[in-house]
Design a binder for this molecule. Sequence first.
Ligand code: AMP
Ligand code: GLY
Length: 422
Amino acid sequence: MLVGSGGREHALAWAFSASPLVSKLYCAPGNAGMANIAECVPIDAMALERLAAFAKEKRIDFAVIGPEGPLVAGLADILEAAGIRTFGPSAAAAVLEGSKGYVKDLCAEYGIPTAAYKRCASAAEAKAYARTQSLPLVVKADGLAAGKGVVIAETVAEVDAAIESMFGGTFGAAGEELVIEEFMVGEEASFFALTDGVNILPLAGAQDHKRVFDGDKGPNTGGMGAYSPAPVLTPDIQQEIVSRIVQPTVDAMRRRGTPYIGVLYAGLMITAQGPKLIEYNCRFGDPECQVLVLRLKSDLLPALIAARDRLLDTVDLRWHDDVAITVVMAARGYPGTYSKGTEIRGLDQAGEIEGVEIFHAGTEARGGRILATGGRVLNVCATGIDIGEARARAYEAVARIDWPEGFCRSDIGWRAVARGLA
Ligand code: AMP
Ligand code: GLY
């Protein structure tokens, strides 16, 4: 059973459906793309008790939880308590995504490189601290805010406005405490590792594009595209990320009695002083997961099972040398307001292009038609021998998709392209 309904979950479902270990795959709630390769059941990812009841009724052998919401709310604990073997951290360990302040304190205690910071429980305290620091400053709501709880403030007035807005309830309970951070300069990258609480199996690196428009302009989104590998993550830097950031975190969580078991997603800034942690997520990245699974030669599922069974040291994963890219097609207006229910055509023709795989992120099938139901709607993915080939294939597929109400960025992968030309 796979929990979730986004592009990340379609990509995972695609990987699982190719595994010889799987005789039946349920997705809750899934989407129109996942319905082609699995049985979708209409249970919301946050309906924790209903998911557990369903898993028991169907005697699910293994559950994988995609999104952070149910993980932070304790779905892994509930499923395990019901006797369902589950991949995904406990609520106590998912605090690595659920509380930014918790992570900052952990970094301070173990010397993990990250931005200087202060946790603040009141607006007065936050404003006073901000006045002792140089600008720009980063203001973050402590809890889950769907990627929207971060403000990079260039002036004291912007800092104050962010502080007031967060304590004023813009992010509900997530904003009852906030973190003020030093602004780090560098190139961002995402790094993923499986862990069973003791052992660490690094996966691969990726870069995503968080801003909505070309040239990394406009508001932040959940991610408008991604590619893997990330050229900035050289083997040396990856080793440093594991030894200085991921390993001490996994060790600390185990020592604290809340071992982290699952996939740990480290959002990093590669600075002149080396890699520094921006934040942790307790799940695969979306859309980074889509490019990771396309580059994975080995079956992913046995690795997830081994992590759950504390046997990760027995696993070895093989990767394709190919580059993978994903271009997100979103509904016009995203990340603001957008219309739902518009029809998408041409997906079959687009999917015929060599190396192309299309994952659905926010779709619904109705009467043989595919309708857009979300902000991020499609992940048009492609592999190729280099970023140029992968990118050309993905954008050729985008051109074949007939969806006037959708849009995408036209420059996904620009950093990798720029490096290739340098
Ligand atoms: P987060 O939700 O913590 O990943 O933050 C969202 C985005 O804000 C990140 O992807 C970065 O682009 C940016 N950001 C967050 N913290 C910092 C920081 N301390 N310095 C520079 N940029 C940051
Ligand atoms: N792509 C960013 C995220 O999954 O949080």
